[in-house]
Design a protein around this ligand. Structure first.
Ligand code: G4P
Length: 525
């Protein structure tokens, strides 16, 4: 196969959802179609969310298992599919945000009864920042849920994207009959089966009286009426709009019952983008360039004290990555060779000899890499930093063992490079503040500092609302602001100015009083 076709056939995406909407179940069914697994129930990584939040050691144990499921590659038809797994636990949301920078599209799973939930909304905001193409899968049609039109309204309003149903449910819950596939014009009757799939019946003319024989008179009438409204109200599927992140196709089904999943997958491989160009600071990189380039988007630490190495995950942005070839670690200005890079096929981690743009490769790491690092064939290139988002929880970190100051410093620096949390240094009192998206990360940091670096830390509470990266074209106003807010000014690990607002009121006042200053909730603007 030619180099170009290898890249063209790749589909690298993530499935995102609010916990419990069915992401793990859907992932598993997709793997089943790819022949990557043979029985349902094999994907367990996301079950970490089921454990009590305080029991994070248990969670970490399971996170260990999830290294293998961080990326799930498999072949389907002529396509090479890479699903990037995202942690099911909300406290690891930052990990999910970063994973979204390494995908070319996403599938959002929504529970038909619950509609759009908090986590879905947040993740969609991240997708919108990059205009990531989105397909929506409305799940659990085997249960009673929202009226389809109401749900579509909600999806549009809450997710801020135009929707375009490509399949349509025929009733739901106990009387669920199946879906009409608008995209392929066929009828798919519901037969609950967790392992196998039923064949679709071709049905290009919905007015064909045969329809009654399949789904009964009432359902047939309702389906015809519904589809008439769908035709009138919703736009036709427009591939360009979808690729621009402006239009989201919607599918219905029941992941648990393996229903509607094949339709989703078949449409997905056809419409979803192959690897897209990636913007570096210096220039835009096309995936089809010969020279290899890639960036680290995730570092997975091994919690086993006997095997302290990490795996750094590289997203290949262009060209072909080869084993035992020298590549440049741009930040260090050093050439490096990797003798045991791993690729992830299904749930197995295997050494690979080559991988192409769109693929993810795992590199064994002992502290050489930082999130956002660039690797190239030699070019001096920097991929735009992965965004940090304003944390939701803040604590002062204090040294609890003065004999181990150096170890603590080193530990904090490395854990921040790994992206475990964010560090802000208050410019007023020089104290270090750690920001996270969940309580669990404070426990993870404390444990890892002790067990990996022999350092002890103590947390002290600090009441903050948001961290805002600030910038202005008006130097004088910026200086004035920094002076006025000196107690609340900090720098992040890149040395950028960050305003730590202690309440939304204070932030609003600051925005009102300093009109020439821009306040950002992410580090990428
Ligand atoms: P998540 O990764 O998005 O958090 O969700 P997950 O797939 O773990 O699914 C959450 C729960 O919803 C699971 O039940 C799963 O079996 C159920 N589920 C997923 N898809 C469907 C569906 O189409 N219909 C119905 N009725 N249920 C569905 P659980 O009891 O929490 O876990 P388990 O004991 O079944 O593993």
């Amino acid at each position: 196969m030619s180099f170009e076709s290898e890249i063209k056939r790749r589909r690298t995406f993530a499935i995102i959802s609010h916990p419990d909407a069915g992401k793990t179940t859907l992932t598993e069914k997709l793997l089943l179609f790819g022949g990557a697994i043979h029985v349902a129930g094999a994907v367990k990584s996301n079950k970490i969310k089921k454990t009590a939040t305080s029991d994070w050691m248990e969670i970490e144990k399971q996170r260990g298992i999830s290294v293998a499921t961080s990326v799930m590659g498999f072949e389907y038809r002529d396509y090479k599919i890479n699903i990037l797994d995202t942690p099911g636990h909300q406290d690891f949301a930052e990990d999910t945000y970063r994973t979204l920078t390494a995908v070319d599209s996403v599938i959002i799973v929504v529970d038909v009864a619950k509609g759009v939930e908090a986590q879905t909304r947040k993740l969609m905001n991240v997708c919108r920042m990059r205009n990531t193409p989105v397909i929506i899968f409305v799940n659990k049609l085997d249960r009673e849920g929202r009226d389809s039109f109401d749900l579509l309204d909600e999806l549009e309003a809450e997710l801020g994207i135009q929707v375009c149903p490509l399949s349509w449910p025929i009733s739901m819950g106990a009387s669920f009959k199946g879906v009409y596939n608008i995209y392929e014009q066929n009828l798919h009757l519901y037969t609950p089966n967790k392992q196998a799939i039923s064949e679709a019946i071709s049905f290009s003319d919905i007015n064909n009286p045969e329809l009654e024989n399949h789904i009964g008179e009432m359902n047939a009438i309702k389906l015809r009426e519904d589809l008439e409204i769908v035709n009138g109200v919703y736009p036709e599927f427009d591939s360009e709009k979808y690729l621009a992140g402006e239009l989201a196709p919607v599918f219905y089904g029941s992941a648990l019952n393996n229903f509607g999943v094949k339709e989703l997958l078949d449409c997905f491989v056809e419409v979803a983008p192959s690897p897209l160009p990636v913007q570096a600071i210096e220039r835009e990189i096309s995936p089809y360039e010969d020279a290899f380039t890639g960036f680290i988007f995730k570092i997975h630490a091994n919690m086993d004290p006997n095997h302290r190495s990490c795996i750094a995950f590289v997203k290949i942005c262009s060209g072909k990555f080869e084993r035992n070839v020298n590549y440049k670690h741009v930040r260090h200005g050093k050439m490096m060779r990797f003798s045991s890079p791993t690729a992830f096929m299904a749930q197995k981690k295997e050494t690979v000899d080559e991988a192409y743009a769109g693929d993810i490769v795992g590199l064994p790491d002992t502290g050489t890499f930082k999130i956002g690092d660039t690797l190239t064939s030699g070019e001096q290139l920097h991929f735009k930093g992965l965004p940090s988002f304003s944390p939701e929880m803040f604590k002062y970190i204090e040294n609890a063992d003065p004999m181990k100051t150096k170890q603590l410093e080193k530990g904090i620096a490395q854990l921040m490079d790994e992206g475990v949390a964010q560090l802000f240094i208050n410019q007023y009192n020089n104290r270090k503040i750690i920001g996270t998206v969940g309580q669990l990360q404070f426990e993870v940091i404390q444990y890892r500092l002790l067990h990996e670096y022999g350092a002890q830390c103590r947390w002290e509470s600090v009441s903050l609302f948001k961290a805002c990266w600030i910038e202005s074209d008006d130097e004088a106003e910026l200086e004035n602001f920094k002076k006025r807010k000196a107690q609340y000014m900090a720098i992040d690990k890149e040395g950028r100015d960050v305003f730590l607002a202690d309440s939304s009121y204070v932030l609003q006042m600051a925005q009102n009083d300093f009109k020439n200053i821009r306040f950002h909730f992410t580090s990428e603007f």
